[in-house]
Ligand binder design. Structure first.
Ligand code: NAI
Length: 302
């Protein structure tokens, strides 16, 4: 028996130390779920202010999780929160944070040049066998990996917002991602109590590739005067079993995010342009700054 084949089929590459770049909505969530499970996590952002904001996101989410897990036991809640924070270190020095990582997860701004620059820099500093993963929603993993000399140890690890609640992780395998890397990320996701699915490096992966055209078609349906947005939401909730209707969900995702995904796919040409044709209602809401829940107004007021 070939020992290497044995080890790769049975055991995932040992991941213990994780460094997460970006302490925003997603980065903070990823840091939290990994630290809750006992991983040693370093959270890196550009400045102390951003790191403090990240810690704030983690703190309020952890309180909710602790209350749910240890209902009437305040002591256990406190211990759980302390345990999680004891596993988190923070750093504003990008290089320092990567030096001894087994896995680097990138959750910084959705800009290809900024991400490539970070990955190119980290490639020279991180241990040779460390795995690099990006949480990008819309950028090709293959293009990000090109900034490094470790395309075999590079993949997408796409979490969903809010990370502590959402069970799914899309593990995105580019043509160059090795089976070992893929396997290690699948096992890592399971250790976080998530359910991983495997997907090829294609626009929108699985969830957004289906969800975005659906959300856009809901807006077109209202533009055509078929029904009101409130009735479409009610219909999809009660008739199709969706937890949120498409308008409520679009407001939750952010109308700027929805528009920028649609624009990107249309311009990129890898998705049928009819599915992502321009929509006046959406463009008007975004240019008026009504971006959904986060601005207090989108399709609905908040
Ligand atoms: P965010 O804007 O809340 O956070 C981004 C953070 O990255 C900021 O704190 C910023 O200071 C930091 N940052 C920027 N450049 C950096 C650098 N060079 N080094 C370290 N930190 C840096 O963004 P959000 O929403 O958390 O998204 C992050 C990534 O996750 C994006 O790639 C996005 O596409 C992806 N994503 C977002 C989802 C969402 O629902 N918001 C869902 C799934 C993926």
């Amino acid at each position: 028996l070939n020992s290497r084949a044995f080890s790769t089929s049975s055991f995932a590459q040992d991941i213990q130390k994780i460094t997460v770049y970006g302490s925003g909505l997603m980065g903070a969530g990823i840091v939290q779920v990994a630290a809750q499970k006992g991983y040693a996590v370093t959270m890196v952002d550009l400045d102390e202010g951003s790191l403090e904001r990240g810690k704030g996101i983690i703190s309020s989410s952890l309180k909710r999780v602790a209350k749910k897990q240890f209902k009437d036991d305040e002591q256990k809640q406190k211990e759980f929160i302390e345990f999680t924070f004891s596993n988190i270190k923070t750093n504003t020095d990008s290089g320092e944070g990567a030096k001894d990582a087994d896995l680097i997860i990138e959750a910084i701004v959705e800009n290809i040049e900024t991400k490539q620059k970070l990955f190119g820099f980290l490639d020279k500093i991180a241990p040779k066998d460390a795995i690099f993963a990006s949480n990008t929603s819309s950028l090709p993993i293959t293009e990000l990996a090109k900034a490094t000399d470790r395309a075999d140890r590079f993949a997408g690890l796409h979490f969903f917002n809010p990370v502590p609640q959402m069970k799914l992780v899309e593990v995105v395998k580019s043509e160059k991602t090795s089976d070992e890397t893929h396997h290690a990320l699948m096992e890592f996701s399971k250790k976080l109590d998530k359910t991983p699915v495997t997907c090829k490096d294609t626009p929108g992966f699985i969830v957004n590739r289906l969800l975005v055209p659906y959300l856009l078609e809901a807006i077109r349906l209202v533009e055509r005067g078929v029904a009101t947005s409130a009735d479409v939401d009610t219909a999809m909730k009660l008739g199709a079993g969706m937890p949120m209707g498409p308008f409520e969900l679009s407001d939750f995702v952010g109308l700027d995010t929805l528009k920028s995904i649609a624009d990107g796919w249309r311009e990129g040409g890898q998705v049928d342009p009819n599915l992502v044709a321009k929509i006046k209602t959406l463009d008007d809401l975004v240019s008026a700054g009504n971006l959904g829940r986060k601005t207090g107004q989108g399709f609905f007021p908040y």
